[in-house]
Ligand binder design. Structure first.
Ligand code: PLP
Length: 401
């Protein structure tokens, strides 16, 4: 194996990687190839909810691999059917399409909205999307995403999206008045890449009522906020709204690639054989991993743990950073936490690694924490102490030119 500092000459240089590689993990902790230990407060970007080396997950994957890994969607897949049953039970949705990533889950949602619009005689359906939204990097989901950096250099992207400010209900009403072909709204209830921004319950409830009045689909991207991360199975459950379409990926398979597009009401029963598909989607191996993930979360009380540990970390950071100049806001829900500083703080990622803490910075100035849902009290104490010290030190430094 190459050393982590060797030039990665045969890889497309699509990532600015830290010069660290991990050899194994246990719970919320990872060890690098030199034997150094780190608290994982990123969980592979909200993926490893069960932490690392979770016995039930490892067993489920090993046992499924020994039975059958892949057969294709040309046949029935019992594990896929069981997972769909469980997801519908937890979400209140009616049916599921399985794919392999968050972008593909949103791609399915976008296709579904367009298909329904056209079927209903709308010649050019449009989807309302939000400022600071993140929905993926395929051509269509990139068009729905609001990141100039991610879009830069790819030319004209597909149309069919109407962008409005996040959490601004009047802006949606105005868009409705000026765009008669809109038939859906796609949004995150808690934006992740966009800086950990939370929509209020009242906004979501009014949006639901507007969608009902207009006959629009309410499509919620839960790729990052779903699967227990915010303390409920899905982020929208805090507000009581019932979406028509929900997309999932990240935490669903605990690290095996699986995405899902869930539909209900007017969005259910629409796709028929031949309208959409993918070779790998919902195979036996990834579905067994997802079923084990949901079971473990249930039986180990991980939703409650996410809510409690999240509140504990936010309270701890608020206490440690009280009165520190340069901290704009500490926010989030469950174990999706943002600490916004008044200046860009990307250097903190490498400094935290140095101190044995894995975390992330998004939108230049927001420290983002996405620890595994198995996080324990002592882990949280280490996180709070290490991160607070780093932030205080950083903010005491003169602003570099
Ligand atoms: C990560 C993310 C995506 C894209 O998922 P990929 O698996 O990277 O394609 C879409 N939506 C949200 C909210 C995300 O956080």
């Amino acid at each position: 194996m190459n050393s982590p500092t060797a030039p990665q000459s045969h890889l497309m240089q699509t990532y600015a990687r830290q010069p660290v590689a991990f050899s194994h993990g246990e719970g919320a902790w990872l060890w690098d190839t030199d034997g150094k230990k780190y608290l994982d407060a990123l969980a592979g970007i909200a993926v490893s909810g069960l932490g690392h080396n979770h016995p039930r997950l490892v067993k489920a994957i090993a046992e499924q691999a020994a039975r059958v890994i892949h057969t294709s969607n040309l046949f029935r897949i019992p594990e896929q059917e069981a997972l769909a049953d469980r997801l519908c039970e937890l979400s209140g949705m009616q049916e599921v399409f399985f794919c392999n990533s968050g972008a593909e889950a949103n791609e399915a949602a976008i296709k579904l909205a367009r298909y329904i619009g056209i079927k209903n005689g709308n010649p050019a359906p449009e989807i309302i999307v939000m400022e600071r939204a993140w929905h993926g990097r395929t051509i269509a989901t990139l068009a729905a995403t609001d990141s100039p950096k991610a879009k830069q250099g790819f030319g004209e992207l597909p149309g069919g999206f109407v962008r409005v400010p996040y959490r601004d209900f009047a802006a949606i009403e105005a868009a409705a008045a000026s765009h008669p072909h809109v038939n859906a709204v796609l949004l995150e209830v808690l934006q992740g890449e966009g800086g950990v921004n939370m929509a209020e319950n009242e906004y979501l409830q009014r949006l639901r009522a507007l969608c009902d009045a207009k006959g629009w689909l309410l499509m919620i991207d839960e790729v990052q906020s779903g699967i227990g991360r915010t303390g409920t199975w899905f982020g929208y459950q805090h507000s009581g709204v019932k979406p028509d379409v929900v997309t999932l990926a990240k935490g669903l398979g605990s690290g095996v690639p699986i995405g899902a597009c869930l539909a209900a009401g007017p969005a259910a029963g629409v796709f028929t054989p031949g309208t959409h598909g993918t070779t790998f989607g919902g195979g036996p191996l990834v579905c067994a991993a997802a079923i084990a993930t949901l079971q473990a979360m249930d039986e180990e009380g991980l939703l409650r743990n996410a809510a409690e540990m999240g509140a504990y970390i936010r309270a701890g950071m608020t206490r440690e950073l009280a009165g520190v100049a340069g901290v704009r806001e500490i926010r989030g829900q469950g174990l999706m936490i943002g600490i916004e500083l008044l200046r860009p703080c990307g250097v903190l990622v490498a400094r935290a690694l140095e101190k044995g803490l894995i975390m992330n910075v998004t939108r230049d100035s927001v420290v983002r924490l996405l620890p595994p849902l198995v996080l324990k009290r002592p882990d949280a104490d280490f996180l709070i102490a290490t991160l607070a010290a780093l932030i205080k030190e950083f903010l005491s430094e003169p602003v570099s030119a």
